[in-house]
Design a protein around this ligand. Sequence first.
Ligand SMILES: C[S@@+](CC[C@H](N)C(=O)[O-])C[C@H]1O[C@@H](n2cnc3c(N)ncnc32)[C@H](O)[C@@H]1O
Length: 246
Amino acid sequence: MSDVSAYDPIASMYHALWFDWYLPSAMPALERLFFSRVPMGARVLDVCCGSGHVTKELVRRGYTVAGVDNSVELITLARQHLPSARFYLQDVRNLDLPERYEAALSTFDSLNHILTLAELRTAFHAIHTQLQAGGIFVFDMNLPEAYAIDLKQWSVDIHDNSVGLVRGEYDVAHGRARTELVWFARSTGDCWLRKHSIVQQQCYTLAEILASVQAAGFKQIHAAPAESLGVRTELGYGRVFVSAIA
Ligand SMILES: C[S@@+](CC[C@H](N)C(=O)[O-])C[C@H]1O[C@@H](n2cnc3c(N)ncnc32)[C@H](O)[C@@H]1O
């Protein structure tokens, strides 16, 4: 479980390109499932927090926030941008945090990055252990429909000092998605740095996800398609939000 994160080489790309992408679209679902149910001041854990896009909103709403992620580069960015939150460099499959939380949130299909069902169960169990009894857990994951979208074409994002390229492929037989990312960033003068990475995700059925959440000890488990919760953009397609109680 000590794998080097595929996000490390392209952390600055992730932070720059997806900074304001997820949250505005996901907000109706998060408002309904999480923000309206978790009182201000509660101790909240942002699971797989990345560089802190959602963590920032949790801080803004007055929660006492900790974030955990296994990318050293993303956690470094998160610490720089959000000095008031606590950040831990840990693997979600093996959490060992010094306190228990009243709520946990894991956004933007982070848990699809866990590549086997057995390890997904381990991750849910670890999150359950970090929550106090009665704590709320909300997460979203991509279902098979989301991966059916063919993303084989490169999409390109050009700025004065950076160029980002992204393309995906999906191996239907193994349920494995691979996103290839290339990041050119101007360093000095005409000198550009090139970074490259491949991020993998695993596709699970809703039945597999819900059975794993239940096996980890969660109760009152509810799942809803993102679109039914008001996530209207492409982010909503094939995505499910799940809420459960520890
Ligand atoms: C798509 S990003 C989402 C980040 C953040 N939740 C957001 O909404 O911006 C997926 C995140 O999951 C993290 N991640 C993937 N596998 C992980 C693991 N085994 N343990 C902890 N974090 C992990 C990655 O480092 C990355 O930050």
